[in-house]
Design a protein around this ligand. Sequence first.
Ligand code: NAP
Length: 320
Amino acid sequence: MSALGKHSTTDDVLQGVDLSGKTVFITGANSGLGLESARAMAAKGARVIMAGRDPEKLDAAFSGITSLIPKARLETILVDLASLESVRTCAAQAQERLEKIDVLVNNAAVMACPLNHTADGFEMQFGTNHLGHFALTNGLMPLVLEGVGSPGSGRIVNLSSRGHFMSDVDLDDPNFERRDYNEWISYGQAKTANALFSVGLERRFADRGVHAIAVHPGGIQTNLGRHLSEEQEQALIDRVTTSDPDYEWKTIPQGAATQVWAATATELEGRGGIYCEDCRVAEVDDESRAKGVRSYALDPARADALWTLSEELTGESFGA
Ligand SMILES: NC(=O)c1ccc[n+]([C@@H]2O[C@H](COP(=O)([O-])OP(=O)(O)OC[C@H]3O[C@@H](n4cnc5c(N)ncnc54)[C@H](OP(=O)(O)O)[C@@H]3O)[C@@H](O)[C@H]2O)c1
């Protein structure tokens, strides 16, 4: 049994783990949990591809890690998940540069922004957090399949959130074209989509050795709250502390621990279509405000419907 839990850090998770020979691709790797995941896995010998949309931020993140770990095997790659053209360019560059990807961590996100649209006209949170990663994963899948065959390979980790409690995916109007926009319903919808995408991937690729895991990292103070006013931030804090009297903020190394665990834990070998929090697999719970995963976020029929919708919207077909 794992002794890991909600206070564990990335370094606790990776104690005694050797990632040399592994290639890890992380989106949103210039900030917060993505940056810490990159640092922690590079410290264990992984070749880490840090994906982000801003070259200056990526360079600063790269330098920050190499100053701590001079031998880190790091590379950067540009991707704006709010543009399918940028996603496709990134995937094509990755295919030229890499022989395989052992672990893909779909970590980037925008939270609770005002109504806004991606380059392709999708509502920003659904478009960036889900559709951008859907298209990127399709573009990188040949590399992920190349990695299959050794322990700890063929893993896709999708960052979801307890925020998924706020909304299922509205399959009829995901882009808020016929309903009023609400920044939290939108975030909840996108984070449910991240969990359902893990189920959809598992259903299509498990028999080829690729397994996908959704993760709630905890509550961590990062740049994710950049769109919140002081009042919105206070309302969020009040909401989470009322629904969970034992609520504790995590540090960034504690927050990134569950995604690093999902990316590397031997006890998860061959498992997918699951949702993890606090370095363990969460249980389905349709009542609690403080733990678990809603049944709608792991529903296979809804995962299939979202998959079909995502293929239609992006024009991407996994050919599976
Ligand atoms: N922090 C929490 O309490 C919490 C709780 C639950 C779930 N999560 C999830 O954890 C993940 C990491 O969040 P975080 O807390 O580390 O937030 P963060 O520090 O804001 O990092 C988010 C990353 O996503 C990138 N990003 C945003 N839009 C992008 C786009 N269009 N193209 C490419 N990259 C883009 C950001 O890049 P820029 O720096 O260029 O903007 C940044 O690197 C997210 O999926 C989030 O939903 C976080």
